[in-house]
Design a protein around this ligand. Structure first.
Ligand code: ARG
Length: 256
């Protein structure tokens, strides 16, 4: 169940930030993740609305090196550059530096905020069978909290209405860790597994991908953080679709 937090009365960037930190705490709930949406004031017609520049509340910085490689998440190289330009101080240059939050109120300059320590739950990634997996030094944040999507209700535009659910394992194991344009970890994992990575036909990428996904699901479960595997989630989704089909309330369709 998605719980709605009505924060339409807030009009200062630090109030918005505090409300988001509170959202994160409520959603984290000691690992038993609860879905929430925090709704800030809607945009006035023909005016800019409240904007959180971050795509998600918790994201890792990406630092482009002189040789073109990236330390951290390559997806956020540009955001990281902007944050540094705006005077972000807490950058450490590790592969998992949590980015600051940039909040912009209508017709004002953007403000930069660092997350207080201790509010971000993270899961260290290890594997049920391969002890060396932990040596890769991987971790991921528990909560996907989307901060850059607009909620439009009958033309009323909520330009900032951050919401969260919990992760499906593949979002982290396949995409965030596996994609060539993200952490790009299939080769190092395949090498540690001792696979023949010289030929595509050995399917070393596929085998590395499965072990990465096993590690993500296992680590979240061990840490007591809500996560769902893609088989269970697909099954739920089909059930949801079937229910919707049965639920036809025969809303008439008007052709205008
Ligand atoms: N795929 C995105 C990520 O890896 C998260 C998108 C929202 N996902 C969710 N389970 N609610 O961070």
């Amino acid at each position: 169940m998605l719980e709605v937090r009505d924060c339409r009365n807030l009009d200062k960037p630090d109030e918005i930030f505090d409300a988001l930190v509170e959202h994160l705490k409520l959603a984290t709930n000691g690992g038993k993740i609860k879905p929430f949406i925090t709704v800030f004031a809607p945009q006035h017609p023909n005016q800019p609305g409240i904007r959180v520049w971050n795509e998600q509340f918790i994201r890792y910085a990406g630092y482009k090196q002189s040789d073109g490689s990236v330390i951290g998440d390559p997806k956020y190289v540009e955001f990281t550059r902007i944050a540094l330009e705006m005077g972000w101080k807490k950058s450490k240059g590790t592969p998992f530096d949590i980015l600051p939050i940039i909040i912009q109120m209508p017709n004002q300059q953007p403000h930069l905020f660092d997350l207080p320590s201790g509010v971000v739950l993270e899961v260290l990634i290890h594997h049920p069978e391969y002890p060396w997996f932990a040596e890769l030094g991987l971790k991921w944040h528990a909560i996907p909290l989307i901060t850059n999507m607009m909620l439009d209700i009958g033309g009323v535009k909520y330009t900032s209405a951050p919401f969260n659910g919990w992760y499906m394992g593949t979002e982290i194991g396949s995409r965030n860790f596996g994609d060539e344009s993200r952490y790009n970890l299939l080769l190092p994992v395949a090498q540690r597994l001792g696979l023949n990575t010289r030929n595509n036909y050995t399917l070393w990428r596929d085998r590395a991908l499965v072990e990465l996904n096993i590690a993500v699901l296992y680590s979240f479960q061990k840490t007591g953080v809500t996560i769902v595997d893609h088989h269970t989630e697909s099954h739920h989704f089909i059930q949801f679709e079937n229910k919707e089909k049965l639920n036809k309330t025969h809303i008439p369709h008007f052709i205008l």
